[in-house]
Design a protein around this ligand. Structure first.
Ligand code: FAD
Length: 385
């Protein structure tokens, strides 16, 4: 496909690795609602999940652009980076706000894969997107914080050693702004599960391992507080631009996959004695999908460039995620339609990828919330909530 192919070396290495995990592999994992252990191990061993960790801690010290290429290629090769993308953006929180002692403690082990940092617990069942109203509390008692409350939709907890938790440390009525008084903590799951933290799986539309979480007097040592107490919400927001951009890259990988598969099928499938792709009614939607994925890709690079230059990139990261999630789902729909009945057959993988890419208009942030961010913060329209 004649598209801009930056970072060719990374792409080729990833494609080589991914070729050992063909469609059948990801299809079987999806059918079993399993976890792609062997694939994630291969990625970890090859150092792809630690590209953003500085070299002195055992990573490759690369930027968001390179990390985004890793995520894109996984999806473009038919896989689902949702099994491991948490590691990329959660690490950013530790890199930017963790103390030196915390970085030394965690980063080398994350780089080798001994510890995985795949989970971040923010969303709560009663407050949803209105994060500053979250009800989970962490109360300081001596040299520990005692956590009580509940989270929902917390992903990859069965495949991680570490989780970043956002909880309120000062009651909302005692802070100047509602965004103050929340803190983030590093939770070691082996010290938490069954000791004040319980999880319950949420069966869902995609093979995305995610859980409800219940805290009942979970104790966290005070040294696991990341950054300053009370500034956790700001730290989480800082990490979101990376998260949005990486998700945009995943959607772009999906988008190219759908356009490739649709084009291939439209060339091969003969009905009425000619390839279906000879009909403009079939080829135009595929061409349109390609245009939209390419356009979203430009915004993704813009967000990466700004992020890696440490410039503000909230608008670009949000717009990249919005455009890419829309483009990939449109491409998914076109790909399904192009395949006719066969689009519904699991063996073509279109229905699986269709479900997977749909998630990104809801999580990690829903479309309306992005529109509202742009309306308020870029266009200066009145704040609506
Ligand atoms: C598979 C999956 C994995 C996830 N993984 C994680 C995870 O690892 N960690 C984590 O913390 N969370 C995770 N989430 C949660 C996810 O981030 C939230 O589902 C998402 O942010 C939306 O929040 P909500 O579901 O509470 O929706 P709600 O906040 O209840 O919103 C419902 C709908 O109403 C709309 N809406 C709400 N308020 C407004 C408004 N003022 N104006 C316009 N529209 C509005 C929203 O856009 C949305 O479409 C995951 C979710 C899923 C489905």
């Amino acid at each position: 496909m004649p598209t801009r192919e930056d970072h060719l070396e990374i792409r080729e290495a990833l494609r080589d690795l991914c070729s050992r995990f063909p469609d059948e592999y990801f299809r079987r994992i999806d059918e079993e609602r399993g976890y792609p252990e062997a694939f994630i191990k291969a990625l970890t061993d090859a150092g792809w999940l630690s590209v953003m960790i500085p070299e002195e801690y055992g990573g490759s010290g690369l930027g968001l652009a390179e990390a985004s290429v890793v995520m894109e290629e996984i999806n473009r090769c038919g896989g689902n980076a949702g099994a491991c993308h948490g590691q990329m953006y959660n690490m950013g929180t530790l890199l930017r706000h963790g103390s030196e002692a915390q970085q030394q403690k965690y980063l080398p082990k994350i780089a080798t894969g001994e510890w995985r940092l795949q989970s971040m617990a923010v969303t709560e069942p009663t407050t949803g997107t209105d994060t500053t109203k979250l009800r989970t509390t962490a109360v300081k008692k001596g040299d520990r914080y005692v956590v009580n409350g509940q989270k929902v939709w917390i992903s990859r907890l069965r495949h991680t050693e570490l989780m970043i938790l956002l909880a309120r440390t000062t009651p909302a009525d005692q802070v100047r702004r509602k965004s103050e008084g929340m803190s983030i903590f590093m939770v070691h799951l082996d010290q938490a599960l069954g000791k004040g933290m319980e999880i319950r799986a949420i069966p869902n539309m995609v093979n995305h391992e995610t859980s409800q979480v219940f805290f009942d007097n979970l104790e966290i040592p005070e040294e696991n507080l990341i950054g300053e107490e009370g500034r956790g919400f700001k730290y989480i927001l800082d990490g979101l631009n990376a998260e949005r951009t990486l998700i945009a890259a995943e959607c772009i990988g999906d988008g190219y996959w759908f356009v490739d598969r649709a084009s291939r099928y439209a060339n091969d499938r003969v009905v009425f004695d000619r390839p279906i792709g000879q009909n403009q009614g079939v080829q135009f939607p595929i061409a349109e999908s390609y245009i939209e994925v390419e356009a979203a890709n430009l915004m993704r690079w813009r967000a990466c460039d700004l992020f890696d230059a440490r410039q503000p990139c909230g608008a670009e990261a949000n717009m990249a995620k919005h455009l890419a999630a829309k483009a990939s789902f449109e491409a998914a729909n076109v790909c399904l339609q192009t395949h006719g009945g066969f689009g519904f057959a699991a063996e073509y993988d279109v229905e699986r990828k269709f479900r997977e890419t749909r998630l990104y208009q809801v999580a990690p942030i829903s479309t309306n919330l992005i529109l509202s961010y742009i309306a308020e913060h870029v266009l200066g329209l009145p704040r609506s909530f």
